[in-house]
Design a protein around this ligand. Sequence first.
Ligand code: CP3
Length: 341
Amino acid sequence: MIKNDLFLRALKGETVDRPPVWMMRQAGRYLPEFMEIREKYDFFKRCRTPELASEITVQPIRRYGMDAAILFSDILVIPQAMNIEVQMKPNFGPYLPNPIRSQKDLDTVIVPDVDVALDYVMQAIKATKEKLNDEVPLIGFAGSPWTILCYCVQGQGSKTFDKAKELCFTQPVVAHGLLQKITDTTIAYLKAKVKAGVDAVQVFDSWGGMLSPVDYQEFSWKYIQQIIDALKEEAPVIVFGKGCWFALGDMAKSGAAALGVDWTCSARNARYLTGGTITLQGNFDPARLLSPPSEIKKMVTQMIKEFGKDKYIVNLGHGILPNIPVENAKAFIDAVKTYSE
Ligand SMILES: Cc1c2[nH]c(c1CCC(=O)O)Cc1[nH]c(c(CCC(=O)O)c1C)Cc1[nH]c(c(CCC(=O)O)c1C)Cc1[nH]c(c(C)c1CCC(=O)O)C2
């Protein structure tokens, strides 16, 4: 049994004394202890070495005592396992030298045996569970099929993901073929992660908000729903769609345990759109962590009041920025841990 089960109780919608807190991208570049490891090992070496991945995962927990850990890994390990080359270039980000732009390209993409291809992730989970010693739950994650397609087709990050959209709108059969292969791989992957020991899973639809509401249904939501259907009996599923407030109504009926919200959607609107029944997670503007700690504390208290302490998980509205001072991140976490009504 997990000693601090606040996060799991919030996912079930139970009444709690205070909401749980964690931060998207909490294992990362704003932490000096992470930078030490980063200097020595390249990105995928860190992902592929269970000792390193588990160490990086528990670093923020040791420093701040969040109520949940999230496994250090990346959403792009999935395309890598599907026979698509992925590089992480320093000062550039993800780079995929052979993007998928035709049926011929799609034919080279495989649905791998995840137990073999991604065994290193399962080993990282086991190593992390040992280090966590049942203190807090561990979150496993995957990118949404649409967000993964964005990288597979564009070949790199983008402000518009125009090539990804072009494939969807000019070769929909190829796009759907790729989305389904990613979905099948992701379902097997998340199931394996649960078997290896994660207590909940989160699907990151970081680029869902790039699509119009109608296109979102066709190219993103349909596939996320498949993932929820396949996983919901095995573990609580959190869906975070950046810029996807328009889909919150459908998401609330999907079987997901909780929904992530970004900072452009007010607590009130998110509660209204979801009918007030489902657990919500979010939505502090990551750049607001640059405010002085005293102001951060006030704003966090106000945010909890607006969402309500129950059916709520305190988080940022997207990943933490690398330039956030460690004491500001601490102010964010402490404000939640000392919250009382
Ligand atoms: C879109 C996306 C990616 N990766 C991820 C997403 C979805 C969430 C989001 O939208 O932020 C998810 C992710 N990536 C990473 C995690 C670890 C767990 C966590 O702390 O949340 C998680 C959950 C580690 C990482 N993934 C990456 C880093 C930084 C690179 C490094 O450490 O060398 C980390 C800590 C690299 C990465 N990985 C990706 C990009 C665009 C980049 C480069 C940009 C950047 O540097 O932030 C793809």
